[in-house]
Ligand binder design. Structure first.
Ligand code: PXG
Length: 465
């Protein structure tokens, strides 16, 4: 077989890709018309594609490359570990040093009494674990009927059957028979799109109180837990009104249900603290972790359990586990990533320097005629595009039509920025410098200007009635 290398012409790589590779969240037939962009290498916040273009990655891959690309230290520890012990499992009363070291480090970093970790290979697996953990917790305590998990519409918690059921993405539920039983969804705190005539403060309270109403309707005796991201990421970087989380916290404290914070995106510095839970001041019983845990250099995730949960679930055999739970190579890479985050003060830098710098420039984007709302927390931000700011109108076109136009202009300007519906989002590597932030903002302005022109040309600047 001929070797397939970086040096092959892009069209040939694209043809092979189209012939044999089914992509996530993509329409396979679409690749016939336009092949996938082939990324060949990366350094810092910059990607290089097979045409030699330098692209500013304002999404940190998929929200994960927190320390940036090209850190050889991670490659070195991985190679060393592969030579010493490439694999061993953590089943059947066996363990190994990388898993022990990473679990101990996580217990040190995680807030409060979150001192125990159950390892997985990513966020979806970890959230599947969480479904089993919370139901097993209540079952051991003699309350097996307490098994409903409340989540939110437009939440993303992964793509496996369990985690996608926790998620509130209608398009995902429409395929493959989801949600699984005993998952209930309430509204999200997206004031811009759904707040109507309410003030952000009142809307935040109203959306939080949907949790209390749901608990009352479903019966407290039947509800196991509430799961939410501190700040919704894939849902469009929805930063909730300030009133939202204190009220959710009050409700969780008042009722006997567990709180799961999905920190897959918010964790490991993204919001300017080690965990999003610290930014919004909640004390979860369980935290889902992945992505920034290894900065994406290896697939690893997990569920961090509080002492309250671990001490109960640990009293019975937990019939659950993954071949790669605590994989030694992934564990040492995660540890090295955490060392870099900590020793180089990257989280503090986001909180005190680059985060505030980006925030001031990001919020100034509301001066652009297309931008209704600009939200940001640390290194995750969003822009709500609108044809009419005062009324917060949506576009008359199908949701996502305008966002897609915007995204294409960003791509053409060598800026990776995603769209979620008609919101544009960023989540750059945490190591992005002030100079690179300037470049990012310049490219955003340019892309927005071009998007505005395209929308006018295509007659898309119409508000939905
Ligand atoms: N929870 C959250 C909050 C996530 O964002 C997962 C769980 C699942 O993690 P894994 O590692 O199983 O993918 C995620 C993943 C996007 C996008 O387009 C976001 C994710 C994954 C893929 C695409 O924004 N988030």
């Amino acid at each position: 077989m001929t070797a397939i290398t970086n040096h092959m012409p892009t069209a040939e790589l694209q043809a092979l890709d189209h012939a044999h590779h089914m992509h996530p969240f993509s329409m396979q037939s679409g690749f016939e018309k336009k092949g996938a962009r082939v990324i060949t290498r990366a350094q810092g916040v910059w990607l290089t594609d097979s045409e030699g273009e330098q692209i500013l990655d304002a999404m940190a891959g998929l929200w994960c490359v927190n320390i940036g690309y090209g850190r050889n230290e991670l490659a070195d520890v991985a190679a060393r570990q592969m030579r010493e012990l490439p694999y061993y499992n953590t089943f059947f009363q066996t363990t190994h040093v990388p898993a022990i070291a990473l679990a101990s480090k996580l217990a040190e970093l995680a807030p409060d009494t979150l001192n125990t970790v159950f390892f997985a290979s990513g966020g979806s697996e970890a959230n599947d674990t969480n479904i089993r953990v919370v139901r097993q917790y209540w079952s051991i305590l003699g309350k097996p009927e307490k098994k409903i998990i409340i989540s939110r519409k437009n939440a993303y918690h992964g793509s496996s059957m369990g985690s996608a059921s926790l998620g509130g993405m209608a398009g995902m539920h429409a395929q493959g028979g989801m949600p699984i039983p005993d998952i209930h969804h309430i509204g999200q705190p997206n004031w811009w799109a759904e707040g109507g005539n309410m003030s952000p403060h009142d809307f935040g309270l109203a959306r939080a109180r949907e949790l209390e109403t749901a608990i009352a309707e479903l019966g407290e005796a039947n509800v196991a837990a509430f799961i939410a991201e501190p700040i919704q990421g894939a849902g469009g970087v929805i930063v909730p009104p300030d009133s939202y989380w204190p009220e959710v916290k009050r409700i969780c404290d008042a009722h006997d249900i567990l709180l799961i914070a999905d920190e897959v995106i918010c964790g490991f510095g993204r919001t300017g603290n080690w965990f999003g839970s610290q930014t919004i001041d909640i004390q979860p019983d369980i935290m889902t972790i992945a992505k920034g845990l290894s900065s994406g250099y290896q697939p690893i995730g997990g569920s961090m359990l509080s002492d309250k949960i671990a001490s109960v679930v640990g009293t019975d055999e937990f019939n659950h586990g993954y071949t790669y739970s605590g994989h030694p190579v992934a564990s040492v890479v995660a540890l090295e990533n955490l060392r870099i985050l900590e020793e180089e003060g990257i989280v503090d830098q986001v909180r005190d320097q680059t985060g505030p710098y980006l925030k001031s420039k990001w919020e100034a984007l509301t001066d652009h005629p297309l931008v209704g709302e600009a939200k940001i927390s640390g290194m995750m931000g969003s822009l709500a595009l609108t044809p009419h700011k005062e009324s917060r109108a949506a576009f008359a076109s199908d949701p996502g039509t305008v966002g897609f136009v915007g995204r294409n202009h960003c791509f053409a300007n060598n800026l990776i920025m995603r769209h979620v519906g008609d919101r544009m989002i960023i989540s750059p590597p945490l190591v992005i410098s002030k100079e690179e932030i300037d470049t990012l903002i310049e490219r955003v302005w340019k892309s927005l200007d071009q998007t505005h022109e395209s929308l006018k040309d295509q007659g898309l600047m119409k508000a939905a009635s």
